[in-house]
Write a protein that binds this ligand. Structure first.
Ligand SMILES: Cc1cc2nc3c(=O)[nH]c(=O)nc-3n(C[C@H](O)[C@H](O)[C@H](O)COP(=O)(O)O)c2cc1C
Length: 172
């Protein structure tokens, strides 16, 4: 992550009709960012190209969520996820992201694609509570085991509620 950017309490809110779009290579390095992406992130496309996608990572995001994201797309599946991102001013902005693999004609993954839209306030409130708990678990246990435990916390919650991850996310 960028060591010089400190998170602030300023929130940037997406408009209803806006989409934040980016593409990455297989390692998660940015290969395309649309204008709305650049506006929210506070970088030009030239500054973003070739950078790892964690350039806009917010420290409030649990590592377990990114593990789920990468496990899904590397297995060839799409995923929906609520993500709190950080602009280069330290301001935060919430998105509902749909991340998909991009495949070539032989169905081999060549990169990834993410389209993000404005999440509802109710969904953000619910996810904030969930992510706070996942972070607490990750911090308490630490390392890879901490990440596994926070993912387990989420999976146990889904089992208890008898819903799949997708059903849960899209019901918020
Ligand atoms: C297509 C795509 C889009 C991504 N979008 C974001 C994003 O908007 N914000 C973010 O923090 N991470 C995003 N990631 C995940 C990052 O690659 C990275 O896993 C995450 O920022 C955690 O970084 P860290 O493991 O270095 O802490 C995306 C990954 C892919 C493949």
């Amino acid at each position: 992550m960028r060591p010089t950017v400190q998170p602030t309490n300023e929130e940037l809110v997406m408009k209803e009709n806006e989409f934040i779009v980016s593409k990455t290579d297989l390692k998660g390095q940015i290969t395309y960012a649309n204008r709305v992406f650049c506006t929210f992130a506070g970088y030009t496309e030239q500054e973003l190209l070739g950078q790892p996608h964690n350039i806009i990572r917010h420290p409030d995001m649990p590592r377990g969520v990114f593990k789920l994201l990468w496990d899904s797309v590397q297995a060839g599946n799409e995923i929906f996820a609520y993500v709190k991102n950080m602009s280069n001013t330290g301001a935060y902005y919430w998105v509902l992201a749909n991340v998909t693999p991009v495949v070539d004609r032989s169905n081999t993954a060549v990169g990834y694609y993410s389209v993000r839209r404005r999440p509802s306030r109710a969904a953000v409130d619910a996810v904030e509570t969930l992510y706070r708990e996942m972070n607490a678990i990750e911090n308490r246990i630490g390392g890879k085991e901490g990440i596994a435990a926070s993912v387990k916390y989420l999976n146990d919650l889904l089992t208890e509620r008898k819903v799949s991850y997708d059903q849960f996310i899209l019901s918020l």
